[in-house]
Each structure stands twice: as C-alpha cells, then as structure tokens.
Unconditional design. Sequence first.
Length: 307
Amino acid sequence: MRGILWVGLSGILFSALNAATFYPARHLDPYMMPTLRYGFGALFLLPIFLRSGLAPLRTERLGQHAIRSAVHSGGMVLWFIGLPFVSLADITALGFTGPIFVTIGAALFLGEIVRLRRWAAVMVGFLGAVVIIRPGFESVSFATIAILASTPLFSASNLMAKSLARTESADTIVVYQSCLIALLTLPLALWNWQTPSWSDCGWFLLAGAFGTAGHLVMQRGYHLADITVLQPIGFLSLIWNTILGYLLFHQQPDIWTYVGAAIIFASAMYISHREAVRRAKTRSAEAPANPWDSTPAEVAGEAPAKT
C-alpha cells in the first residue's frame, strides 16, 4: 500500500512537471529542453548531499546508470518535440502504451515466451492508440509520432530503474539520472542554444522541483512493490493531466481520447495481470515442496531471492 501511495503521488508531481515545461516548450528549441529541465532539477539534489554527503554517488553499477540515462535522454528529446503540439491528455493516453512495448521488448530482446493471450492484449492496446491518433480521419502529426516513439524508451528506462532499485537507493538512482541526462544532452543544447528568459528559468525551477521530487517518490514506490502491481496506478495521471490541461491551457480532449485510453487501459491491465500470474507460478515452482527442505533463513523470508 505504501508503494502504491508513493507512485500515486509521483503521478501528481509528474503532471505538474508537464504543465510547468509546457510554457517554455512553446518557444524554446526542443533539443535544449532536457538539459534545462534536468540542469535545474539538479539544484534540488543539494539537500540530498547536505544530508548524506557523497554517499549517493557510491555505486558499482555505473554502466547501467549510464545506459539508462542515454535511453531516457532519447525519450526526453522526442517527448519535448511533441509536447507543444499535443494536449496533455493525449500525451498521457499515448503513454499508457508503455506495458505494450515492455511486452514486445521482453519477447524480442529478453527471450521471454509471450503466448497468444498476451499478444492479443498487445494488439488491442495498439488499437487503442490508433483510436486516439485516428490515421486516415485526421492528419497524423510528427509531434504525435514523436510522443508515441518516446514511450518505449521511457518504458525501458523504468524497467532499468526497477532493476537498479534492487541494490541502489532512490537517492543514488535519481542523482545519476539527473546529472547524466543533463551532461548527455548538453551538446545538443549548445548546438541549438536559445537564451531562456527569466520567466523560462522560473518555469524550469518549478519543473526541476516537481521532477526531482516525482522521481524520488517513484523510486521509493519501486523499492516497496512490484512494477506490475504499480502499473495501473499510472492511469490516474490521465485525470490530473486532463484537469491541468483544461484549467491552464484550455485543452479539451475529445471523446476519442477517452475511448482510446479506456482500450489501452484494459489492455495494459490484462498484461499486468498475466505478468503477475506468471510471476506467481514461477515463485510457486521455485518454492520447496516441504518447508523442512528449506533453511531457517528461507522459511523466515531472509534468504536472497532466487534468480
């Protein structure tokens, strides 16, 4: 329950982040946006260092932090390309395709066996995305494609974050994410530089605060619960983003956004359910048939998890 509450809070903070970055994204070059967003966000890491010293920098998994940051950087660039031209509700609904891309990636790159029912759920999820985009009925903008293309990159980043959470603290994960993304995207930012106004800097300060806090509480949630349990909580973001889009930017999504989001939601819920069932069967198969075959630590739940 604590994990669910942490991730639910992160959804509210990320929705506020979306609203804060929407203002400067309308006139600044999108290739600058990730550097400024994470550069200002790094300022809010100072309390972590004041409290813990250099402890958050200690890691034996620097390579995985770097790979995750590179993947996340690509997603951020695509996301900022599309942000000024797509409503916050549509952005959120298209982001719900994350579990679908995770399933495809597991089959293609991890060798996981994905059976017919999960493939059917994937196809239904893509149908939901098509309902939102409606190719043939409306011109499909490059911005919409960019938002959709950013989703598998964010999904891969979240999976790597969950993997890192097994050994790394939330502070360490967020510190490396913020610093490495700011550095990795800096060359693009300098190449396309536009000097931000003081107003822009104010929005980036807000975005940095919301984003850093959002990632910290999300990592707290990842430490406390399985990602398949937490996945459905992300769908609450559609409510927060729709409200903020309407109140701040007068964005009113049409009925097809809700229809498509409902289809994607059903698909992602089913995929999450099948993943939970698969994990339960795997754990059941690995558990000793007789408790007397276990060591005292295993009975008490203190032994390391089998992999």
